[in-house]
Design a protein around this ligand. Structure first.
Ligand SMILES: NC(=O)c1ccc[n+]([C@@H]2O[C@H](COP(=O)([O-])OP(=O)(O)OC[C@H]3O[C@@H](n4cnc5c(N)ncnc54)[C@H](O)[C@@H]3O)[C@@H](O)[C@H]2O)c1
Length: 256
C-alpha cells in the first residue's frame, strides 16, 4: 500500500451544503484539489459563481425547505451516480439574529432551530438514505465551540457582536445528533462526524478580535483554510475507523 494515497478523494462525489459561504467555499476548493467531484448546494448562486475552481457545479438547495433538499440531493445523486460525501455547513439565520436573549421571541427561536438544526437533520437523512444504496459514505456536520462550551460574553462587551442563545442549542444538538447518525448508520458503512470551528476571522471589530486572540492558546482567530485539513481527513480513508467524533478546530479555545 502507498500511504500517501490515503487522503485521495478521486472519484468521490461531494456535496457541500452552504458551499458558497466563508468556510464552505474554502472546503469546496480543498475537496476538489484532493480529487473529488464537488457540488455546491446553496441558496446563493452569485456567491458560488465567484469560486473559480474548475469542475465545481452548483445546485440550488434551500436548507429551510424539506422539498428543496430532497430535490437537490436526489438530482445530484442521479447525475453523479451517487453521493459519497455530504458536508453540512450552511448557516441560515433570521433577520433578528444576534439580539440579546431577553429580546428573542419564541417564533424567532423556533425558526432558527428549525432551519439550522432541522435542515442539517433533513440533509443528513436524505443523503444517508442515498449513501446506503452505494455501500457507504461520509457525513460531516459543522457545529461550533459554542456547541461544547458557553460563550464568554466579556469578549463582546462594547461591540455590536454577540452570540445568540439559539446557536448553543443548535450546535449542541448537531453534535449529539451526529453521534446518533454514527451509530444508526454504522452498519451501512456510513461515518458521521462533526467539525467544531472556533471563531473565524472575518474583519470583525478589532476590539473583539484582540480579546478573542488573547483568550485562545494559539493567539489568533481561525481562518477558513484551517477547516480544510479536518474536512479532507474525515472525508478520506485516513479516517476510516473514526465515526461519531467532534473534532474541535479552535486553536485550543475549548481546552481551558
Ligand atoms: N464563521 C465562524 O466564525 C464559525 C465559527 C464556528 C462555526 N461556524 C459554522 O460553520 C458553518 C459555516 O459558517 P460560515 O461562517 O461559512 O457562514 P457563512 O454565512 O459565511 O456561509 C453560510 C452559507 O450558508 C448559505 N445559506 C444560508 N441560508 C441557507 C439556506 N436556507 N439554504 C442553503 N444555504 C444557506 C449561505 O448562502 C452561505 O453560502 C456554519 O455551520 C457555522 O455555524 C462558523
Amino acid at each position: 500500500m502507498r500511504y500517501n494515497s490515503i487522503f485521495d478523494l478521486k472519484n468521490k462525489v461531494a456535496v457541500v451544503v452552504g458551499g458558497a459561504g466563508l468556510i464552505g467555499s474554502e472546503i469546496v476548493k480543498g475537496l476538489s484539489d484532493f480529487g473529488a467531484k464537488v457540488y455546491i448546494a446553496d441558496i446563493d448562486k452569485q456567491a458560488a459563481g465567484k469560486i473559480k475552481t474548475r469542475g465545481i457545479k452548483f445546485i440550488y438547495l434551500d436548507i429551510a425547505s424539506e422539498d428543496s433538499i430532497y430535490r437537490a440531493l436526489n438530482a445530484v445523486c442521479e447525475e453523479a451516480k451517487g453521493i459519497d460525501i455530504l458536508i453540512n455547513c450552511a448557516y441560515p439565520r433570521t433577520d433578528d439574529w444576534g439580539l440579546g436573549l431577553e429580546k428573542v421571541t419564541f417564533d424567532s427561536w423556533k425558526e432558527n432551530v428549525n432551519n439550522h438544526l432541522g435542515g442539517y437533520f433533513i440533509c443528513s437523512k436524505v443523503a444517508a438514505e442515498l449513501m446506503k444504496k452505494k455501500s457507504g459514505g461520509v457525513i460531516i456536520n459543522f457545529a461550533s465551540i459554542y456547541g461544547v462550551v458557553a460563550p464568554d460574553f466579556s469578549i463582546y462587551r462594547g461591540t455590536k457582536i454577540t452570540m445568540p442563545a439559539a446557536y448553543s442549542a443548535i450546535k449542541g444538538g448537531i453534535i449529539n445528533f451526529t453521534k446518533y447518525l454514527a451509530t444508526y448508520y454504522a452498519k451501512y458503512n456510513i461515518r458521521a462526524n462533526v467539525i467544531s470551528p472556533g471563531g473565524v476571522f472575518n474583519r470583525q471589530d478589532p476590539l473583539f478580535v484582540k480579546r478573542y486572540a488573547d483568550k485562545t492558546p494559539l493567539k489568533r482567530m481561525a481562518k477558513p483554510l484551517d477547516m480544510v485539513g479536518a474536512v479532507i481527513y474525515l472525508s478520506s480513508e485516513a479516517a476510516a475507523y473514526i465515526t461519531g467524533q467532534n473534532l474541535l478546530v479552535d486553536g485550543g479555545w475549548s481546552v481551558w
